[in-house]
Each structure stands twice: as structure tokens, then as C-alpha cells.
Design a protein around this ligand. Structure first.
Ligand SMILES: Cc1ncc(COP(=O)(O)O)c(C=O)c1O
Length: 378
């Protein structure tokens, strides 16, 4: 159901009998020009804060690029990737041969996963993490060697390194990690990648790289420049707001990239290629996206503070917080209030992952959570 402003106000007031967020700088604070240029999604219920989508975009500039490419919709996309490849190569300081465009980075993860399955070897990965690669590789017969997070809810790099053997085809890193939103210390992760990639392939999923607050934080592309066996994945689904168009990319040294390219099945489409190129040029949208994410995340933190709920400081567009309630029960209760929250992440089933949304969505989320936590207590 699409809510107009009056319905939203009513709903928000009902959800949290005391408006926890009255006076919050929200959607209404966006100027007409910002709304036109950056296109916040309309307020529909249930509000979907369970998939880490960007609530803004495609931007007006990207929409124009998509419209202009409609006439090429009758053609296969292969011959349209040149411009985007050049742009990515320039941005990342690599050659075009190092880049493999995929149908969302999920396809990149699966492509890498199948490469392991072919050799009947194992992947080492942390638990919990974003497991698309591992799920897929398991379907094709690969063994996954799961390593629990450490005490600080971070990837246990020491233990992962200890477990690498001649049977390990790949080590999967997700940094910042989904669902914990934590970021590994730069020197340690660099050292890890340089050492371990001399023994096996290291896959660095950098879907949330743009959200990292330290501007100097290194991408693991620096290992590719040293010709090491590291694969890096990126996506246009998050900060660029193009999740529905399905486009991402892998980066690796040229020989490895060419092996990966052979496994691409879905690829992407003409509209997404043009949209991604336009999005890379739309610096205003990029900056706006990061600013709004920062504001929404701060509001989520404030709401959780008021409810005295523990959370991990986030370097992403979502927050992972401790509910001390069974996540499945919480999911059901929140859905009754019109809010979709993150799924369970074994074994942390008393934690919840919530994506940032527009300020109105965040307000509805916090007020609903306030009510539900009260109901589950009673
Ligand atoms: C860590 C991580 N990697 C990859 C993806 C997949 O994104 P996409 O396939 O839209 O590029 C996600 C999506 O949420 C993610 O959280």
C-alpha cells in the first residue's frame, strides 16, 4: 500500500504512541530539486528494510541514460560493455582485461564458486557472512569449511589462515561483512591477502566498499596490481542504487579474469550497462546517497540507544543489532506492523540486520520496533 503524507503521519503516531522521532530531519527536509534528481522511493507498506537496497535512485541522470538506450534493447549487450570497462579500469587503476562484468555481483560470486566446484575442492568462509557463493558451490559438490567469527564478531583471520591446506581452492572474505557490518583492520587484511593468496585464491567481496568511512582504506585490488591470486567483487546495487538492473563486476589478474569470464551465464543487459556508466559519472547522486545513508544510520542508532539495544558500529548501509529475541518471532511481529526486517543469520539468531531507508521508513521502523519489543516482553 502506498502511503501519502497524512497516512504516514497517522501510522507513525500509531506505531509508537510517543513519537520517538518527532522533529527528525526527514524526507520532508529534502528539497524539490533533490527529490527530482535523486528519486527517493515512495513510501509503500510493508516497507522493505531487509535487503540492503538504496532507498534512492536511479537518479534523474541515470534515468535519462536508460531512456536513451531503449532503442538498443533489440541488441545483445556484449558489444556495449566497452565504455563501462574503460571507466572501471580507469577508476580502479587496472587494465580492461582484469575486469569481468556480471549480472549483479551475485553472478560474480557464483562464477567464482563454480570454479571451485569443478576441482572438487573446498572454500573457507566465515559464519555468518554473505553466503551466495558458498550456497551455490555446495550445490555443485564443494565442501565449505566454515570458521566462526571471533569474540569481536569479526572474521577470524588467524583461524582461517591456519585452516588453509592443499585442498583449499578459495578463501572468501566479505569486508565490510554482511550481516555484521564490521570492517577488518587495514594492515591485517592486507597482510592476510598478500600471504594467503600465495597459497590459494582469496576472494574479497567489497559490495559495501563505498560506505567505508576511512577514505584511505585500501581495496584488495592492490593485490591484483601485484599479480596475486585475489579476486575482488563490486556492485552497482548499493551506493549507486541500481539493484533492480543487475550489474556488478569482478576484478582479477588477466589470466584469472579470463577463466572467470568463461563461466558467466546471465551477464547483464544494455540498459544496465548504460545506467552503470551514467551512475559512475553522477557524483552528486553518489555523495547524496552516502550523506543520506549516514543520517539514516545515525537515526537507527539513536532509536536503538533509546531502546537500550546493543549494536555494532556499521561501515555499511545496514545495522546489526542484538534483540535478545528469536529473530523469526521478531520478523513476524514486525511484518504485522508493516516492516520487513533482515532474515536470520545462523548462529546469531537473536540479532537482527536492518537496512537504512528513507528517513520516513526509519521512523516507522524505530517506532514499530519500540512497540514490538514491548509486546514481546509482556
Ligand atoms: C556482501 C554482499 N555481496 C554481494 C551482494 C549481492 O549484490 P548484487 O548481486 O545485487 O550485486 C550483496 C547483496 O546484498 C551483499 O550484501
Amino acid at each position: 500500500m502506498k502511503l501519502n503524507r497524512r497516512q504516514w503521519l497517522k501510522r507513525s503516531a500509531l506505531a509508537g504512541s510517543v513519537g520517538l522521532f518527532s522533529g527528525l530531519p526527514g524526507f520532508q527536509a529534502l528539497s524539490k530539486q533533490e527529490i527530482e534528481a535523486f528519486r527517493p522511493r515512495p513510501l509503500y507498506t510493508p516497507i522493505r528494510l531487509g535487503s540492503n537496497e538504496n532507498p534512492y535512485g536511479p537518479s534523474a541522470r541515470v534515468r535519462e541514460a536508460i531512456k536513451a538506450s531503449f532503442d538498443d534493447g533489440c541488441r545483445y549487450p556484449w558489444s556495449y560493455e566497452g565504455e563501462l570497462l574503460e571507466m572501471i579500469a580507469k577508476k580502479e587503476g587496472l587494465t580492461k582485461e582484469c575486469i569481468v562484468i556480471t549480472g549483479g555481483s551475485t553472478e560474480g560470486l557464483k562464477v567464482a564458486g563454480i570454479a571451485c566446484a569443478k576441482e572438487k575442492k573446498e572454500i573457507i568462509a566465515a559464519k555468518p557472512t554473505f553466503d551466495a557463493m558458498m550456497q551455490y558451490a555446495q550445490l555443485w559438490g564443494t565442501h565449505v569449511n566454515w570458521v566462526p567469527l571471533d569474540q569481536e564478531m569479526m572474521y577470524d583471520l588467524n583461524e582461517i589462515e591456519n585452516r588453509v591446506s592443499s585442498n583449499t581452492k578459495m578463501v572468501f572474505l566479505c569486508n565490510p561483512n554482511n550481516p555484521t557490518s564490521t570492517l577488518l583492520p587495514a594492515p591485517r587484511v592486507m597482510d592476510f591477502c598478500e600471504t594467503v593468496s600465495r597459497k590459494t585464491i582469496v576472494f574479497s567481496d567489497e559490495a559495501y566498499y563505498d560506505y567505508i568511512e576511512d577514505a584511505g582504506y585500501p581495496s584488495m585490488t592492490h593485490c591484483i596490481k601485484k599479480d596475486l591470486d585475489v579476486i575482488v567483487s563490486r556492485t552497482f546495487s548499493k551506493v549507486y542504487g541500481l539493484a533492480g538492473l543487475r550489474i556488478g563486476y569482478l576484478m582479477a589478474r588477466p589470466e584469472l579474469a579470463s577463466q572467470l569470464r568463461r563461466h558467466v551465464v546471465a551477464f547483464t543487459n544494455v540498459l544496465a550497462l548504460k545506467a552503470a556508466a551514467a551512475a559512475m559519472e553522477d557524483r552528486d547522486f553518489y555523495k547524496f546517497s552516502l550523506d543520506q545513508n549516514h543520517k539514516a544510520r545515525k537515526s537507527i542508532y539513536e532509536g536503538l540507544d533509546r531502546l537500550a539495544l546493543e549494536y555494532l558500529p556499521s561501515q555499511t548501509n545496514f545495522v546489526f543489532f542484538k534483540t535478545e529475541k528469536d529473530i523469526r518471532k521478531l520478523q513476524a511481529k514486525m511484518l504485522e506492523k508493516g516492516v520487513i526486517i533482515g532474515r536470520p543469520f545462523e548462529p546469531l539468531t537473536d540479532w537482527c540486520r536492518i537496512s537504512t531507508g528513507t528517513m520516513e521508513e526509519v521512523e516507522l521502523f524505530v517506532n514499530s520496533l519500540h512497540e514490538v519489543m514491548g509486546e514481546l516482553k509482556g
